[in-house]
Design a protein around this ligand. Structure first.
Ligand SMILES: [Fe+2]
Length: 320
């Protein structure tokens, strides 16, 4: 049943038994009225994922709306490192399209970009590999490939998955700390391309595996394919449990698939409450343009910096 918030005109229709909702009644007037921002943040904390159809935002509106949710991450470090960007003047926009800097579809001729995109098809929470993780991601469809050629984003209700765990498992994992590496995920996704990269040669972020999602008070399992090892264990020792946990949380009953229906659709999610991945079954790859752009809001909460120390000053390399 949809629930309507009278003061704002917003209506939330659940998309799954335990999480996700489609939002109707959003007008996108900027700056957004304070009570509307409050209702949206309350809703994303409750549902984990919010889908807005035909938001039709420009880059500037996308950035300005996102800023009202907190401090934004940006790609300045990547621009500085020499990576060509499509929007160097708007570093808050993360280009998660299948397009190069000239707007052409990426093909196998650019194996690094293809491999990076492949890494995003593994379960993750955005920026879990950085010392300060992010809270929200806002992913906007600018230009979609033809219907039926794939490109959905899939989400997992990691809070419910945690709550459903046997007590013996909860006790076993309660105090574990993960060491997270973007390169670890990329190596799993594209072992050939990244065969000479040793994740241990780069700094890793440390985050608690089990933590309370502060706004809802519910516990969440923050397990991603960036997790290389647990504290005081090797990668080889850690991977069996990490795989077991990923298998648990990715059971079909915790999964919500969100198809993009129209150019202009926008999805907002809370990375502290859900996991996600891009689907790799799309037949559009290498053929059709899929222009997706993201803004990312840093986690200014108690667990934002994890076990890394506040204002720890490194950032992981190439991101996507
Ligand atoms: Fe992502």
């Amino acid at each position: 049943m949809p629930s309507k918030v009278e003061s704002t005109g917003l209506e939330f229709t659940p998309l799954h038994k335990t999480f996700g909702a489609e939002v109707k009644g959003m007008t996108w007037d900027l700056p957004t009225p304070k009570d509307t921002i409050e209702k949206i943040t309350d809703a994303v904390h409750k549902y984990g994922v919010l889908v807005f159809r035909k938001a039709n935002l420009s880059n500037e509106q996308h950035i300005n709306f996102s800023r009202q949710l907190g401090e934004l991450d940006d790609v300045k470090a990547h621009i500085k490192a020499g990576r060509a960007m499509r929007f160097p003047e708007q570093p808050e926009i993360f280009d998660v399209s299948n397009l190069d800097e000239h707007g052409n579809v990426i093909t196998d001729a650019d194996p690094l970009r293809r491999a990076n995109n492949k890494g995003n098809t593994l379960w993750h929470a955005d920026m879990a590999y950085n010392p300060q993780r992010c809270a929200y991601s806002l992913l906007r469809a600018v230009e979609l490939p033809p219907h039926g050629t794939g490109g959905e984003t899939e989400y997992l209700d990691s809070r419910t998955a945690y709550e459903d765990m046997p007590t013996s498992m909860k006790d076993r994992i309660e105090h574990l700390i993960t060491n997270n590496s973007l390169f670890h995920n990329r190596k799993i996704a594209a072992p050939e391309t990244f065969k000479d990269v040793d994740p241990l040669k780069f700094p890793m972020s440390r985050h608690r595996l089990v933590q309370t999602h502060e706004p809802s008070g519910r516990k969440n399992i923050y397990v991603t394919t960036y997790a290389h090892h647990f504290d005081n264990q090797s990668c080889e020792e850690s991977q069996p449990l990490l795989n077991e946990l990923l298998a648990w949380v990715s059971q079909p009953k915790y999964l919500l698939s969100v198809p993009y229906e129209n150019d202009g659709d926008l999805v907002l999610w809370d990375n502290r409450a859900v996991l996600h991945r891009a689907t790799e079954t799309g037949t559009y790859e290498g053929k059709y343009r899929r222009d997706m752009r993201r803004t990312t809001v840093k986690d200014g909460g108690k667990y934002g910096w994890g076990e890394n120390g506040v204002n720890c000053n490194w950032q992981a390399g190439l991101t996507n």
